[in-house]
Every structure is written in C-alpha cells, then in structure tokens.
Design a protein around this ligand. Structure first.
Ligand code: IPM
Ligand code: SF4
Length: 774
C-alpha cells in the first residue's frame, strides 16, 4: 500500500522481502533466485534429476557454470586442448566432462578450462559482474556467502536444491535471524580482513551465527576494499551463519564499473541500479537478534592452532591446552585437536615449523591477496625447510593480471610455484595435497582434520602471514618480516606431489571399487535410483538402534571425505561414511573403537550427537547420501550446520534439533546402552524401546508434511508457476539489469528474456504498475 508505515528493516530484510514469490502462514517462503553459479562437483546429480523428469533450466540467462574444484589440475594449461586429454584422473575427468555435456544440453554459459575467465566460482562471479548488489545468489557450495560482500543475499545449497533452482529459479526457505557484527576503528599495520574474520570466529564460535545472516558493518569494514570484504563474507559460513552481508556503498559501485555483466556505466539501467543499490542499507532503528561489537585495536595478526576455524590464537600467543577451556565439549575437542595437530600446549606459535605454504582459495586468491603476499616475499627466499610454497590464483584473469604486474616473477624468484587457477590445496582433491603429518600455512578457510590431505595439518591465516611463514620456515609474525611497510591497500583494485596421495585411497581403481561396487553399498537405498522428482519414501515412525557420538562440530568433510565427491551418482557412499574415522589409514582395516564398527551400531538407523553443530562446513549433499546409504535416517543433535540440515530433509531424512540437554542425555543413554529407540514424526515424539516417552521435538510444518507424505518439493513448486512468472515480470520491470538481456547484448551466450505480463503488487507493498521507490 502506498504510504503504509513500514518497520525499520535490516539490509537482509530488504533483500529477502524483494525476492518473496510466495509466503505460507507457517513462514515457509518461496524465494526467487537472481544468480545461480554451478560447478562440476555438486551439479551432476541435479542435471540428472532434470533429465529424468524431462525438465528444463528455467533461467539459463541467470546461470553461470565453471569447473574449479578438486578435479582441476593447477599445472600449466599451455597445451590444453580438451578436458578429455588434459585431466588424467578418470573420475575427475568424468565429472568435468559431465558438466560440459550438461551445459551444452541445457544451454548454459560456461567458463571451461580453456577459457581465461575460468576460476573458482566465488572469484569469477564478482569478477564478471555476475554478482550484483541486492540480488539473491546461490551455488552448490558453502562459500557462496562470499558474494554477500556486495549486499547480495548469497548462500550455499545442496545438490537437491541446485536441481530445484535449475528447474524453478526459486528456493524454499525460511527467514533467518538478523545478526550484526560491527567492527570499528582503524586496523593496525599487518592486520587484514582475514585477521578480522578469524578474530570474529574466535569470539562467536563456529556455531555463533547458526540460523542467522550476519551483517558486517562499522568503520573498519567500510574502510575495506571489495576484495577484503569478500574474504570476510566468505568465512561467515565458518561462523555457522546462513550468509554474511555488507551494505553496498561507493566502494561497491566503483568495483562494479565496467564489469562485463554489470549494467553499462552511465546507462539508464546503471543509474536506476546504483540508486537501488545505495538504498540497500539497514534502516535507522532496525532490530538485530544478536549484536557483536569489536574494536579493531583488539585485533592483531591471527592464525588457527587446531582443527576448527574457531581454534584461533594471536600470532604472539602460545598453543592452548584443555585447561584454557571451561566447557567440557571444548576441553575434549582441544585434546583431540592437539593430538591431531601434533602440538603441545604452551608452545609459542612462532616456534612451529611449516612444511608447506598454500596461498590460494576462494577466501584469499584475488589480485589484492597476491599483491600483499608479493610485498612480503619480494627480494627474499623461501626457507629451505619449506618443501613447497604454492601460489594458486583464483581465476585465469587474476593470474593474467598478476603476471602483467610481474608478481609471478617475484614469487618464482623466491622459490614459490606459480600455478593455474582452481581450488587446489584448499580441498586437497587434485594432486595438490599434504602428506600425512605435514604442516601447512594456508590462506584457505577450513582446517578440519584431513582437509588438505589425510593426516595433514592446516593453520589458517592471511596471505601476508602465509608469505611470511614461507620466508621464515615457521609460523611467523608478518610485522617482523616486513617491518613497517604498508602491506594492505585501501580501495578496490581492478582487476607435483605424488598423485592421489591419500593414505587411505591408493588409486582411482580403489576409489571406483569403493563407489561402484554394489557389495560396498550398505544396502540401504538413498533416493538415488529414485530421482528427487519421483517423490520420496514416506517418513512416519522409525525404530532402531541409535549410534552415540560425543563430538562437537562434526563437519561434512569428516562425514564424507573429499575423495568420495568425484562420483556423479547419489548411491554407494555408505562404505565411505566417516571414512577417516572408521578405517585405519595404514591397513584399511576397521578401527574397532569407532562406534559404527561396533554392534549393534552397524545396524544404526539413528545417530545421536551430544555435541553441537553437527554437519557444519561444506554443502556436500554426499554427507546425507552416505548416512542414508549406511542406513541412518535420522540425526539428533543440539544444533546443525544449516546446509546439512536442509540437505537431510531433501533426501527424506529427519534431523532433530534437541536443545533440551536433559532430554538429549536420556536419548544418548538409550543409545549407549544399545537399546532401540523410536522416532515418531507424526506425533513428534521420541520413545524408548518400551514405548516410554524420552522427548518431544519440533519440526517445521512444511517439511514435516513433505516427509510424512513423501512429497517432492520441485513438483510442488512447479505448481506455483504463475506466481513465479508474475514475479519475473515485476523483476523485468523494476530490475531490468538482472535479465540476461543485457548479458546477450554483450555477447553472452544462452537464451533469455522472459516475456513480460502485467502483474500485481511487489513484495514491498507497492501497487500494480507503480514503480518501486528507493
Ligand atoms: C565441494 C563443495 C560441496 C564444498 C563446499 O560446499 O564447501 C567445497 O567447496 C568445500 O570447500 O568443502
Ligand atoms: S572453500 Fe576451497 S574447495 Fe571450497 S570453493 Fe573455496 S576454494 Fe574451492
């Protein structure tokens, strides 16, 4: 209604409201997606689902695909002719070629390996101007949060959701909480945006942002370049948040000028777009559910010591010990992390030698990151004990730019390797990996067990700090290495180890055997064969053994390690579930102490985690697929990683949030005693084997309905086609720069422009035909 009084809104509220296609009374929202980024690892099963149901990609003009992940060798591409001849590893090749086939079949824009614009999906989106302020951006990848630096609502999704977006250009979701992290003051020399985000995660923890979208604000954030802002939003997922956002401002607009897929500067579209973008800041008096205030002067160069991104310490500090924590979960986690990391409490961080250095990843492989590292390295040499120091630019264009500036030579002269673009050692899936017990100074975002290679030890830090570590040969304080030099710039810049070195998987054949051999399946069908379009099995009552797990922050890398992500199927992953925890790396034998290797838990149908934040980290839907294939249909935990939580529902599984500690303990006690329990979804009750109630639980109404009735949500959404079409018409009218029409003008490939029909009301309450006011 024109003139209606609106409550003050946050940046998140505004972007969310501008994308609502439909909202149900129970709060379930059908949200329109403006930008969909696709990569080879999480898309094959989604395209397969489309094909099986004879569906098309609804908005090829709003979809951009690239190959970037574990499959892409970062060795020289000078002789690149085709993926077929270039990618040696069979499964990697299949995954890359499957994406190539799919983009052809569905008419999508694609930056392949031969294309200079190829790179990590979260680097190329902003680089091309595909990511724009005020948009909704999704990708089958948890670090989609990166794009929030533009004031976009950007979040990671699982493969089933990728299929949903491809088919309908929408997603089914709920409103998140509003969280504000305000960082004020001038950053001290040597302190970068990576230090800010590590510091923040150290304070709020990896579950601190659960259920929330974090808005980063304050004078320190405003003073950052776009690239530095991206590093912050990138790691909001490590703080457990659904997304991170920063309000667009002049820095944002400056960055977008001249980007190929942004509106043309000074055109009518540009003027309209920039006026809208600048309107996207939180209103005075807007309410936040959680507020965190940080003074920049408390931040000094920060690194991680343990196996969770919250395990941070200042570089001047020492390795902590269990007595430094009051919480029992944290004490336990500390003991485990010290053992895994091969560290002793009390050791000064700067006394710890490193074996490898990795400067790359979607967090820190942009031109500015490379410039910072180059400033530290210039004229110096890598320490002799550092076996490898790798620079992996985030995209072909970043690489080109760096070479034009002579950065490559600075690194090469210092003894670094200058590689091609890709995820590389961030995920350790291609030959860029750590050997067991090797220690790495890394600019990536995850230090989980085995993340960069089985048994590998990762310390997260900024590019300047990683460069300093390479020079010193130990974890080092960059301020000592460079002296008072200014490493960080203000404003935004324009822009092999032994193959398959996994202690547990020796060769491609081993992997194939594990994944393809029906013998290896635990015999429980995932909806695999049954494509998501065909409906799901109904979930009503589930009775069975519950496997107890007393670990906090069980990440999806642990649930299903990276080497199993190369499959293009949903089935057969049961034998790989918790692979590193379940099998001895040397012999391949089962570890007798691991819960799923014991009776009666080999038959477990439920998993009870007493630690919080189960399923945090990566968006890989392979995690629920592996659990299901093992036979686990229900996970009970005090809290969950957001994307994992969604992914389980999409596969007919039930994740139960049990915040009541006493009730959780009652369930865990039954589990430990090896007695069966019953999960009754219609009644929302958990009972013991005798039928006595152990706990009640909450579940979202829409999701319950889908589970109990085995409903396929893509089919349900497609019934709302006229609402989606109406939304698109309004979008074309109010946000014309978002249609691929502009893209086409600039020789973008892919069909576009959805026919406009007159439609009612926007979600901000305006009337038909009335232009939105910013
Ligand atoms: C492969 C992909 C699903 C995964 C993610 O979602 O994060 C990866 O990028 C990672 O960083 O672990
Ligand atoms: S976190 Fe690592 S593996 Fe994941 S998208 Fe970023 S660079 Fe790639």
């Amino acid at each position: 209604m024109p003139g209606a009084v609106r409550l003050p809104q946050t940046l998140y509220d505004k972007v969310f409201c501008d994308h609502i296609v439909d909202e149900k009374d129970d709060g379930t929202v059908l949200l329109y997606i403006d930008r969909h980024l696709v990569h080879e690892v999480t898309s094959p099963q989604a395209f397969e689902g489309l094909r099986n149901a004879n569906r098309k990609v609804r908005r090829p003009d709003c979809t951009l695909a690239t190959t970037d992940h574990q499959n892409v060798p970062t060795t020289s591409r000078q002789n690149f002719k085709s993926i077929e001849s270039f990618v040696d590893e069979a499964d990697s090749r299949t995954q890359c070629m499957t994406l190539e086939d799919n983009v052809k079949e569905f008419g999508l824009t694609y930056f392949g390996l031969g294309d200079k614009r190829q790179g990590i999906v979260h680097i190329i989106g902003p680089e091309q101007g595909f990511t724009l302020p005020g948009t909704t951006v999704v990708c089958g990848d948890s670090h989609t949060s990166t794009h929030g630096a533009f004031g976009a609502l950007a979040f990671g999704i699982g493969t089933s959701e990728v299929e949903h977006v491809l088919a309908t250009q929408t997603i089914i979701t709920n409103r998140s909480k509003n969280m504000r992290v305000q960082v004020d003051g001038e950053l001290a020399p040597g302190v970068s945006s990576k230090d800010i985000i590590l510091h923040v995660i150290g304070i709020i923890g990896t579950a601190g942002g659960t259920g929330a979208v974090i808005e980063f604000c304050g004078s320190a954030i405003r003073g950052l370049s776009m690239e530095a802002r991206m590093s912050i939003c990138n790691m909001s997922i490590e703080a457990g948040a659904r997304a991170g956002m920063i309000a667009p401002d002049e820095t944002t607009i400056e960055y977008l000028k001249g980007r190929p897929l942004a509106p043309e500067v000074d055109s009518a579209e540009w003027k309209k777009a920039t006026a809208y973008w600048l309107s996207l800041r939180s209103d005075e008096g807007a309410k936040y559910d959680i507020d965190v205030f940080i003074d920049s002067k408390d931040i000094i160069p920060t690194i991680t010591w343990g196996t969770s991104p919250q395990d941070v310490v200042q570089i001047t500090g020492v390795v902590p010990g269990p007595e430094d924590f009051t919480d029992e979960d944290k004490k336990r986690a500390c003991v485990r992390a010290l053992e895994y990391m091969g560290l002793t409490a009390g050791t000064p961080m700067q006394d710890i030698p490193v074996d490898k250095v990795f400067i790359g990843s979607c967090t820190n492989a942009r031109i500015e990151d490379l410039r910072q590292a180059a400033r530290v390295v210039k004229g110096k040499k890598k320490a002799p004990n550092v076996k490898r120091a790798m620079i992996v630019p985030g995209s072909g264009l970043v690489k080109k730019q760096a070479e034009a500036e002579g950065l490559d030579q600075i690194f090469i002269d210092a003894g670094f390797e200058w590689r091609e673009a890709g995820c590389s050692m961030c995920l350790g899936m291609n030959p860029d990996i750590l050997a067991p017990q090797e220690r790495c100074a890394s600019t990536s975002n995850r230090n989980f067990e085995g993340r960069q290679g089985a048994g590998g030890r990762t310390h997260l830090m900024s590019p300047a700090m990683a460069a300093a570590a390479a020079i010193v040969g130990k974890l080092a304080d960059v301020r000592k290495v460079t002296g008072p030099t200014q490493i960080y710039e203000k404003g935004s810049p324009k822009v092999s180890v032994a193959p398959a070195h996994q202690a547990d998987i020796e060769s491609d054949e081993d992997l194939d055997k594990l994944l393809d051999d029906p013998e290896n399946s635990q015999g429980n069908t995932v909806q695999s064969g049954a494509p998501s379009t065909g409906g799901m099995p109904k979930f009503t009552q589930l009775r069975g053994y519950a496997a107890p797990m007393d670990i906090a922050n069980v990440d999806t890398d642990a649930i299903i390690p990276k080497q199993f992500l190369k499959t293009i199927k949903r089935s057969g992953l049961g034998s790989a579930l918790f692979h590193a925890w379940r099998y001895d790396p040397a012999t391949g034998d089962e570890k007798p102490d691991f819960v799923l290797n014991k009776e009666p838990y080999r038959q477990a149908k439920v998993l009870v985690s007493t630690g919080p934040n189960f399923g945090c980290g990566s968006s890989r839907e392979h995690a629920p697929w592996a659990l299901l294939d093992f036979g686990i249909w229900c996970v009970i935990a005090p809290s969950f990683g957001d994307i994992f939580f969604n992914n389980t529902f999409k596969n007919g599984m039930l994740p139960i949030v049990m915040r009541d500690a006493a009730a959780l303990e009652r369930i865990a006690a039954e589990a430990r005693a090896g007695r069966e329990i019953e999960v009754d979804l219609p009644a929302q009750v958990i009972r013991d084997a005798e039928g006595k109630e152990l706990a009640k639980f909450d579940v979202d109404g829409f999701r319950k309905d889908c589970l109990v009735n085995g409903l396929d949500d893509i089919g349900l959404t497609m019934k709302l086609d006229s609402k989606i079409a109406s939304f698109e018409t309004r979008r074309t009218r109010d946000f014309p720069w978002l249609d691929g029409s502009g893209y086409l003008k600039r020789d973008r490939s892919g069909p576009v422009k959805v026919a406009a029909v007159p439609v009612p009301k926007t979600n901000r309450g305006q009337e038909i035909g009335e232009p939105l006011e910013w």
